[in-house]
Design a protein around this ligand. Structure first.
Ligand SMILES: [Zn+2]
Length: 378
């Protein structure tokens, strides 16, 4: 046998190699070994029939919360991620310098989902939402963040800060300054949670560097990307052009169809689509990353562009594009198989506005490092 596994007859959508066509994908030793118009079934030990299905690189979610039991938002990562088609996910700031080692030992190292993390600039992480983690700026300890970030650089890709009034109060700019300082020291990127900030959003994004991420970009509260008349503020287009990443980060309170429709109509597209999946939104309105992607199909973004924002672009933001987010030969053997169902599907945003969509992506199978994910057969 030449291959371990063959995914046969699916519509392969792999923007990293500009592919949107029927292909067979073969895996060997945990990697993508071949991708061709036709690969014989007899060449593989196991064959998955993907006829009428969509085959993508293993989906990547740039914004989740996976520190179950220790932080207010933590959910068990495998239930929400790999079991729903996401092979790689980035935990964004659940843990800070004080509790990162527990997160590493008990979650990051032992999950089936391939997890990475952004360290919270607040040493406490996100333990208790009723007392903002940056309302006392002493928690933003740059020296400790740099030490823990460096020691765990195999998992830590950068630094996160939540800058909303409730979490940072008047400390938003000082917290961001410290976040950037720590990220520079570990050569990582910054992600900021925006929405209802004390400081105007334009002043905040002006501080970001190319490659830094604004998450919750299409929230429906104050200090967003639209002005009072519903027009995209020029400053944010300029930020995007100079390389600042605008990411969705849906969450329970951070994605508005109204804002997204206006932004897309003015051709201000999100660079990346992520779920902000956590314990209290996994039963809705978020559900999972595939549902979040389906909302952008409803908004009119073509499937290819939707998948690009959870594969090719996401891997590049994380600096992992050589091995993840693509089905190129030699890449990690991560594959997600989806079905584009037709019918009537209710999709709900964070403002509890529901729409009826004629199409919805649904997860069928997940392959991670060459193995079909099957939680009951470890
Ligand atoms: Zn979040």
């Amino acid at each position: 046998m030449t291959y371990d596994l063959l995914v046969k007859g699916g519509r392969v959508v792999d923007p990293a190699q500009e592919l949107n066509a029927t292909r067979d994908v073969a895996l060997l030793d945990g990697k993508i070994a071949a991708i061709e118009e036709s690969i014989p079934e007899t060449s593989a030990r196991e064959v998955l029939d993907a006829t009428d299905l969509i085959v993508t690189p293993g989906l990547i979610d740039l914004h989740v919360h996976a520190f179950w039991g220790a932080t207010a938002y933590g959910m068990e990562p495998d239930i929400g991620n790999i079991a729903k088609g996401v092979t790689t996910a980035l935990d964004t700031g659940s843990a800070g310098a004080s509790n990162f080692l527990a997160f590493r030992k008990y979650v990051l190292e032992r999950s089936d989902t391939r997890l990475f993390a952004l360290l919270n600039i607040s040493a406490m992480g996100m333990i208790w939402p009723r007392i903002g983690e940056l309302t006392d700026i002493r928690w933003a300890d740059v020296q400790e963040a740099v030490r823990v970030g460096r020691e765990n650089r195999d998992f830590v890709l950068g630094i996160k800060a939540r800058l909303s009034r409730g979490y940072a109060g008047e400390n938003d700019l000082e917290a961001l300054k410290r976040t950037i300082e720590a990220a520079e020291a570990i050569d990582g990127f910054v992600m900021i949670h925006v929405k209802d900030t004390e400081t105007p959003l334009e002043e905040i994004t002006a501080m970001l560097r190319p490659g830094d991420v604004v998450t919750h970009a299409f929230h429906g509260k104050s200090e967003g990307v639209l002005d009072g008349a519903g027009k995209v503020i020029d400053r944010f287009r300029e930020d995007q052009q100079r390389g600042v990443i605008f990411d969705i980060g849906h969450g329970s309170g951070s994605f508005s169809f109204r804002v997204a429709e206006k932004a897309l109509a003015q051709e201000f597209l999100p660079d990346n689509i992520s779920s902000d999946l956590y314990n209290s939104n996994v039963e809705g309105p978020v559900f999972d990353q595939v549902t979040t992607l389906s909302k952008f199909l409803w908004l009119g973004l073509p499937l290819y562009e939707v998948i690009r924002r959870s594969t090719e672009i996401t891997a590049r933001i994380m600096g992992l594009e050589d091995s993840l987010g693509t089905l190129k030969v030699g890449a990690e053997g991560d594959v997600t198989i989806l079905r584009l169902d037709e019918g009537r599907f209710t999709l709900t945003d964070s403002e509890r506005v529901s729409v009826e969509a004629p199409q919805k992506l649904n997860h069928v199978r997940t392959i991670k490092s060459g193995r079909i994910y099957c939680p009951w057969l470890k």
